[in-house]
Design a protein around this ligand. Sequence first.
Ligand code: FAD
Length: 338
Amino acid sequence: FSQFQRFSIVRNFKIKIRLNSTLAFVEAKEGAIAPSSLSSLTAATKIGKPITALLVGSNASEISKELLKISAISKILISKNSKFDHYLPEHVSPLIVDILQKNQDFTHLVVPGSTVGKNILPRIAALLDVQPVSDVMKIESENTFVRPIYAGNAWETLKNNEKLILLSVRGSAFPQIEINSSENNNISIEEITAPETISSVEFISEQLVQSERPDLGSAKSVVSGGRALKSKEQFEQIIEPLALALNAAIGASRAAVDSGFCDNSLQVGQTGKVVAPDLYIAIGISGAIQHLAGMKDSKVIVAINKDEEAPIFNLADVGIVGDVFQIVPELTEKIKNL
Ligand code: FAD
């Protein structure tokens, strides 16, 4: 062969390279990418493979404009079908299973550890017969992850040898991914068609608790009340003004929720939300391990309790021993006058 002929042979020979990549499910909230998904996208970057983001629902095109500003994303898949608007797991899970089965290049699926993520991941895992890894707090390598066990009392490092690794990510463990000011035109957007699902489940209505306060899952400060508040009225009178003065989200112990002092969406703990704000103020909360599981990673913990032996003081950076009905209004006034 002449030099030229050899060159043409090489040029015409197509080598199929298997490009492993991560599929990141992105949830939207109030017309923007949900904070939990901004954190799970950061987690997806730690896997070290190209990231394809998946957006579903009738506002998927609109939200994709925000995704175009995230440089770590190389491709966006959107399904604009309105049946995905409320993220019903009976519809979303078969869609993701379909994508994963048709695109064998995906080696990882990352979902946020939000209610939506927790709803869809087990279904996807069951449909694919794959063991999922939930509540990931650290990604050590593409198959080695750290997650809490025993209600957060220990961390386990596990190696997952599945060909397809399914992960849900604890939002408070990863910073939110940076959104640039301009769009990256190199990101391709592909519209996909949803498979016909046989599920008869449909969305009827929802009743959301309206609150002026920041979102509990992503707030920088949280003021939480416990059983000591005694009633719904006193919970509101004591907790709300302090939360307002600090621009903090409101949280609660399970005892406060079960006693009807506030809505159960405010519960912090093992069976509630896991938060890690800069400041967590526990008011009249004893510090049971199930509560600590939801807030012990907070940067500064302040506890107010009349019992100086209360377990919460073992964890608190600042402890105030005294009656919440006296201390909290005083503290609120002082903060307001700062
Ligand atoms: P208590 O334990 O009754 O404590 C009240 C505290 O207030 C006491 O320390 C008391 O000294 C103090 N106090 C009373 N009056 C005053 C006053 N006037 N001034 C100052 N201090 C005062 N709990 C959660 O919070 N979140 C969870 O997600 C959760 N999940 C659970 C899951 C399981 C499977 C189980 C079994 C339990 C779970 N629990 C959870 C419940 C948990 O074990 C505790 O019962 C609960 O956290 C107690 O709430 P509390 O601290 O408000 O109430």
